[in-house]
Design a protein around this ligand. Structure first.
Ligand code: DON
Length: 306
């Protein structure tokens, strides 16, 4: 019997409302994110047959932040192919997403494409290949979610640009090792713009579907080959939740990617994509209610990728 996602989601929303996530906090190192109401909650499932189920604030746009790193990687892979893996490794970092320590020890080669260093290097590759790199990820997400109006929120962009010293430090460190091809300021601008993209949970679940559907997007077009799609899912499973990745695999057990705007995307390949959004974050920078909701989902359907 297929799972009754509509009532599972309604039940999750109710249980999340009753839980106390008061120790969790909105990200405030990007001031524009601190202003978002912390009790917002949305969850959307899109299955591979095209059915969609949602609960809560499913159509309210939020800042996608690091969730963008998955789509930037896919876009870069489509134009660079295997060459990309010379520039970025594929190991979990076990440290904070914006840490500089490993980057110094490993001579400017990022551990994986989902820590900030790796995503900045991916932006560098996009900058070398696309005529309008600052808009390329937004346009790609517009195509994947069938909403051509998707774009960066300028307030969030400016907020991040003004408080972006750590990301600039990461980019300059890579540049010092001659591991960045383009000027630092151009690359971080592209990176901040992609992080500032605003989308709803519904749009995000739609854009993510290809990762559950062997690379085929909601419009039936192939976004990525099935083999490369499996690799992206492997990277999300091992590197998508930063230094919380082990606990998340243990308690939820699906490929997923979080962002400090409070979104988490995930997939069960062959079944569905899911996006959950709630802005308050745990100590590792992952949505506290989002992780709880995904645990409830997995418990309700009784399976994960394991
Ligand atoms: O670069 C940053 O710090 C943010 N634009 C993105 C960080 C992020 O979303 C990490 N997620 N957990």
């Amino acid at each position: 019997m297929p799972a009754d996602y509509a009532s599972i989601l309604a039940d999750i929303a109710e249980r999340v409302k009753q839980r106390d996530f008061q120790t969790a906090r909105n990200a405030d190192y990007i001031p524009a994110l601190a202003a978002v109401p912390g009790d917002r909650f949305a969850m959307v499932i899109r299955d591979v047959n095209g059915a969609e189920y949602s609960t809560g604030d499913a159509d309210i746009p939020f800042s996608i932040q690091s969730v963008s790193k998955v789509f930037a990687l896919v876009l870069a892979l489509r134009s660079c192919g295997e060459e990309l893996w010379q520039a970025v490794r594929r190991e979990p970092s076990g440290s904070a997403f914006n840490s500089l320590i490993l980057l110094e020890q490993e001579e400017g080669i990022p551990r994986n494409p989902f820590i900030n260093a790796g995503a900045i290097r991916v932006c560098d590759m996009i900058s070398s290949r696309f005529a309008n790199p600052d808009r390329s990820v937004a346009e790609f997400l517009g195509r994947l979610s069938s909403n051509p109006d998707i774009r960066a929120d300028n307030d969030v962009y400016l907020s991040e640009d003004q408080h972006g010293n750590r990301n600039r430090a990461i980019a300059y460190l890579m540049k010092s090792f001659e591991k960045l091809d383009n000027p630092v300021e151009a690359v971080v601008r592209t990176y901040f713009k992609q992080c500032a993209i605003a989308m709803s949970a519904r749009e995000m679940a739609r854009a993510t579907l290809f990762l559950a559907n062997q690379g085929i997007g909601i419009d039936g077009n192939m976004v990525l080959s099935p083999a490369e799609t499996r690799r992206i899912n492997a990277l999300m499973l091992t590197c998508g939740m930063y230094d919380g990745v082990g606990d998340f695999a243990f308690s939820v057990g699906i490929p997923a990617k979080s962002g400090v705007g409070g979104a988490i995307i995930g997939v069960i390949p062959g079944e569905f994509s899911v996006c959950v959004w709630s802005p308050r974050l745990d100590a590792r920078g992952n949505s506290a209610a989002g992780i709880a909701a995904l645990e409830m989902l997995i418990e309700a359907i009784g399976r994960s990728v394991f």
